[in-house]
Ligand binder design. Structure first.
Ligand SMILES: [Zn+2]
Length: 1020
């Protein structure tokens, strides 16, 4: 799946997941058919406020009444869905096809959120992040559309968000204020006439980061090669070498043309009033007239013969870096698929690539020709669907072999077809996921909006993608009676002449060449300027900075609607939890409505694994089941999981505990299934844990290469999390353990392991068995179950049988590990055009005691000081701080940052910012409300059950949560000063920094600040 560009990076500092999910996107039968629903009979409002009702329908799948309205004045279309979901959503989407790679749609997406007619302040968007109860707030640009979605469970809050967004898109200040364009798009920065001149801009830098990641380069090259003749042939996000060609005039024209109601599609979903929705929209749309907006997405005609494109990407000098990427791409259709074809093709995709045991996936993985699979399989979010797959980490001479393998495997599948087991597994997977509708933290209403958009945006029927029961039943009948897939494979992938093979080769001189080209452009610009021009540029740079660093006045900020403290519930919400035990296992159960599904987590004591084997644990989880079990092959086993459950996965969990040197560490065996399949699921879990085989050296080596490739792209693409991991590893054993399993230490270990698999396979195999023998141990285990009482009851026998299958004691002893990294300032170098800069210290060790106000202050820093300095004037895509209330680590982080030392200085100046801050009452209220919004974040039942488990393990009681909440609600100015004192430690002698940066940036930092004794490590 292609991910859009977003106005803000929602990046968790501590997202260091390891371990593989098996059949994770799978489903089972959730047949809770509702009886007569109130929504089924729902009528459209009698007063339509200038809209006409075009169509109405009842969507049984989501128990929702759906109306399609059209605004009579402008022709704007509105989909309005009503159901019981309290997580209300709204979105406005425009078709915004670009004609070049200057990034107009993306820069506009950022800019319209920087002030509007009703909200004439610098960034109403940031005020909303700061002070609303939103469950989703962002803006996104795709190759052909731009969307502005919001969500909230609180009605007043939802209305506020909707109002700010509508005003932003239709009446933004950025079309009259060139400074916004310069800030978000690009501008020349020149601090003094004799100093260096550079390009700056939030999008400019965001895209430099994107263009530094070879995976993104591959994706872009493939899209452009597949669609050379329509709008998908350019980059809507912006190519950093082209962005500086964009003028303010073109930018304004683009807004005037496409951000018009006649070119808009709007969406409402949830339990709010339908008539009120129309009333709000009318208040914005009534002042516009209808206009013909030509925003049609042109058709890419089929090629008459396959093509080949050879490109390069920037890499370091190391031997490991000298590998190529190759991906084969197909254009599947000149027109959007009709609903039936669309569904069949998504099944076909699932069968070919969708599960760990899918044949194309296996063929590529086991070929030994590359390190990891690239390509997303089916992409059907754009007007014309595509298919793509390939390998990364391929030796250049092996590229033809990879292509041959792909084509031969497809031909073989077209010849032999799929087994009944594979088809059953695929059907269950897709059904389970459609019915469970588990969108995680992403609001369900927005996931439906984007689904609806897949046809609606291209003049199709917006209702059609919202249904699945009937089309699914029909397709199942068809699959049972005819050979559906083999002719389809032949037509779409074999006889189809619109194929493009893209080869991406390493070029260790490319980064320097690109930097030199950029410098040459800047030099030419400077040479063309008179002394007077230069002085003007210095002045303009100064003015922009001043503007950026001057906060809005409290009076101006008051225009953004906010809730009052009184609107916030005083009581911390609890999650129903019952603690008991089954034999030696502690049992937690959460009685929550889950639509007939049991969510189970079984936690085994990870501390039984000796410290030196910890870095092998992630590989152990990936290898588990991948070589089959004593009685079943991998394919058989994986298909059974898909056919019977909603997925089984195994991954480690570790965390420090507040007030102690101890940590929690478990291996989490997780699964979900409908109540009638809970028994089978637990038998499969037991088989996985006790009978998994590890003895296939080739497969294991492949897993090592794949994991290594994933880690390498993480260092380049999410350097902030790698930097945070380094800092944690210097602070505590919990941090060190986490780094061993998912940070730079893991990458270094994997590089050694690659060699050791060949030199000492028996030793590796023995280690893998040791890990199993240690973990399969009932002592110290915890089981966590989430479902309604009846399903919980029905599940208990199977749960006990699973627990009883585990040995009472394992091969290892539960011990405290002791590892820790030395304290030092580090810079990890990789080929990149941007930096990730981190700095941290432990506040608890410096004597700080946890107080609820710290959440409010941390939130405020990320939306004021750090946002303004690191992002707005610094030019980074993101800058924020993270306070881990368990370990006490306070960490500053930046994301895709053009600076390094300057960012560290900004971090240090945070203390002074807090000390000098005169926070007004409104500003404080806003920050408190926004913090409560985070604390009370919306969760689906499985997430609630897991959260309750975490609280239990980490000793966070309901009493403590209530106390913390009262502290949040009672935060005062004085707390800010106190916290400033606590933050002294993060600029003091105990603090260290860790950054991911280019060699050049590292050398400069070392030269400029020798006293910081930077230890520079070359990573790639
Ligand atoms: Zn962006």
């Amino acid at each position: 799946m292609r991910s859009p560009r977003e106005v803000r990076a929602v990046v968790g500092a501590r997202g260091r997941g390891v371990g593989a999910a098996r059949g994770a996107s799978t489903r089972a039968r959730a047949s809770a058919v509702k009886e007569a629903s109130a929504y089924e009979e729902m009528k459209a409002p009698s007063e339509l406020h200038g809209f006409e009702l075009v169509r109405e329908d009842y969507i049984a799948e989501y128990d929702a009444k759906a109306f399609l309205f059209r605004h009579l004045g402008t022709g704007a279309e509105v989909m309005s869905l009503s159901n019981e979901d309290e997580n209300k959503t709204f979105g406005v989407t425009f078709r915004t096809p670009p004609t070049n790679s200057t990034g107009i749609p993306h820069i506009l997406e950022h800019s319209v959120l920087c002030g509007s007619r009703k909200y004439p302040i610098k960034e109403p968007f940031v005020e909303l992040i700061k002070g609303s109860l939103n469950t989703f707030l962002n803006a996104m640009t795709w190759p052909d559309k731009t969307a502005y979605p919001v969500a909230s469970c609180n009605l007043q809050d939802f209305r506020n968000l909707t109002d700010v967004y509508l005003d932003a898109v239709f009446h933004p200040r950025c079309i009259t204020n060139e400074k916004t364009f310069e800030q978000e798009g690009w501008h020349y920065e020149l601090d003094d006439a004799s100093g260096p001149m550079t390009y700056k801009g939030v999008v400019f830098n965001e895209m430099k980061g994107v263009y530094s990641s070879p995976d993104s380069v591959l994706m872009r090259e493939c899209q452009q090669a597949t669609f050379p003749d329509n709008t998908y042939g350019v980059d809507s996000g912006g190519d950093p070498t082209v962005i500086p060609e964009l003028t303010f005039e073109e930018f304004k024209e683009f807004h005037a043309k496409y951000y018009h109601p006649s070119n808009s599609r709007m969406w409402f979903y949830g339990d709010d009033d339908v008539e009120e929705r129309l009333k709000v929209l009318a208040s914005f749309l009534d002042e516009f007239d209808r206009r013909e907006v030509d925003s049609t997405i042109g058709t890419q005609k089929f090629f008459t013969e396959p093509k080949r494109v050879v490109k390069s990407y920037a890499t370091g000098e190391g031997e490991d870096a000298q590998k190529s990427f190759v991906q084969v791409n197909w254009l599947l259709s000149e027109e959007p698929f009709d609903p039936e074809t669309g569904l069949v093709v998504s099944f076909l995709d699932n069968l070919l690539m969708g599960s760990a045991s899918a044949p194309l996936r296996i063929a590529l993985e086991e070929s030994g020709l590359g390190e990891a699979i690239v390509g997303y399989g089916l992409e059907d979010e754009l007007r014309q669907p595509t298919y793509a797959l390939g390998l990364r980490g391929v030796a250049q001479e092996d590229i033809p072999k990879v292509e041959k393998l792909i084509h031969d495997t497809i031909a073989k599948i077209a010849e032999e077809g799929f087994t009944q087991e594979a088809i059953d597994a695929s059907i269950n997977s897709i059904e389970f996921s459609l019915r469970e509708n588990n969108t995680g933290r992403f609001p369900r209403g927005l996931s439906l909006m984007f689904r609806s958009m897949s046809t609606w945006l291209y003049e199709g029927d917006p209702f059609e993608p919202l249904r699945f029961e009937e089309p699914l039943a029909k397709l199942k009948a068809r699959i049972a009676s005819e050979d559906v897939f083999r002719p389809l494979i032949r037509r779409l992938l074999i006889e189809n002449t619109h194929q493009v093979t893209v080869e991406l080769n390493p070029d260790s001189s490319l980064a320097d060449k690109e930097a030199a080209e950029e410098q040459a452009k800047l030099d030419a610009k400077r040479a063309s300027m008179s002394a007077d021009d230069l002085e003007k540029m210095v002045q303009a740079t100064k003015e922009l900075k001043e503007l950026q660093e001057t906060p809005d006045s409290p009076e101006a900020l008051a225009c953004v609607p906010t809730l009052a403290i009184g609107d916030i519930p005083k009581e911390a919400k609890g999650i129903p939890s019952d603690v008991s035990s089954v034999g030696a296992t502690k049992l937690l159960t959460h009685d929550l409505f889950t639509n007939d599904i049991l969510y189970a987590e079984h936690l085994l004591d990870l501390k039984t694994v000796p410290a030196h084997l910890l870095p092998l644990v992630p590989l152990w989880t990936r290898a588990l089941g991948r070589m089959g079990t004593k009685t079943k092959s991998f394919v058989e086993f994986d298909q059974l999981i898909s056919a019977q459950t909603g997925g089984i996965s195994v991954s480690p969990f570790t965390s420090g505990m507040r007030g102690t040197d101890e940590m929690q560490a478990f291996m989490v065996v997780r699964g979900k299934a409908t109540s009638d399949k809970v028994g089978v699921m637990h038998e499969l879990m037991s088989e996985l844990m006790l009978e998994a085989k590890f003895d296939d050296k080739n497969i294991f080596k492949q897993l090592v290469l794949e994991t290594r490739a994933g880690m390498e792209s993480r260092v380049q693409g999410s350097g902030h999390s790698v930097a945070a991991g380094r800092l944690d590893a210097q602070d505590s054993t919990a941090g060190w353990v986490s780094e061993q399993m998912g940070g730079l230490a893991q990458l270094e270990y994997l590089r050694e392991l690659t060699k050791r698999v060949d030199s000492d396979w028996d030793g590796v195999l023995a280690d893998l068995h040791t890990i199993s023998a240690c973990l399969n141990n009932r002592a110290g285990s915890v089981t966590n179950l989430t479902a309604d009482a009846k399903t919980l009851d029905l599940s208990m026998n199977s749960v006990e049988a699973f627990l009883n299958s585990l040995p009472a004691v394992g091969a290892g002893k539960s011990e405290q590990w002791t590892g820790i990294n030395p304290k030092q300032n580090e810079i990890l170098t990789v080929p990149t055009q941007v930096n990730y800069v981190g700095k941290a210290a432990n506040l608890y060790k410096a004597g700080y005691e946890l107080h609820g106000s710290s959440y409010v202050i941390n939130k405020l820093l990320g939306t004021t000081w750090l946002w303004d300095r690191v992002r707005v004037s610094g030019g980074a895509y993101g800058g924020f701080s993270d306070f881990d209330s368990h370990s006490g680590m306070f960490t500053y982080l930046s994301y895709r940052d053009p600076n390094l030392l300057k960012t560290l200085d900004n971090y240090d100046a945070t203390v002074d910012f807090l000390r000098d801050l005169e926070i007004g009452k409104e500003e404080l209220t806003k920050s408190i409300i926004g913090t409560i919004g985070d604390v009370d974040s919306y969760q689906l039942p499985d997430a609630k059950g897991y959260t309750a488990l975490m609280r239990h393990l980490l000793n966070v009681t309901d009493e403590e949560r209530q106390e913390r909440r009262e502290q949040i609600l009672g935060t005062t100015q004085k707390d800010f000063k106190n916290f400033a004192d606590a933050l002294e430690t993060v600029r003091g002698a105990d603090a260290t920094s860790a950054s991911v940066a280019s060699v050049d940036a590292a050398n400069k930092a070392r030269e400029e600040r020798p006293e910081l004794n930077f230890v520079v490590k070359s990573v790639m």
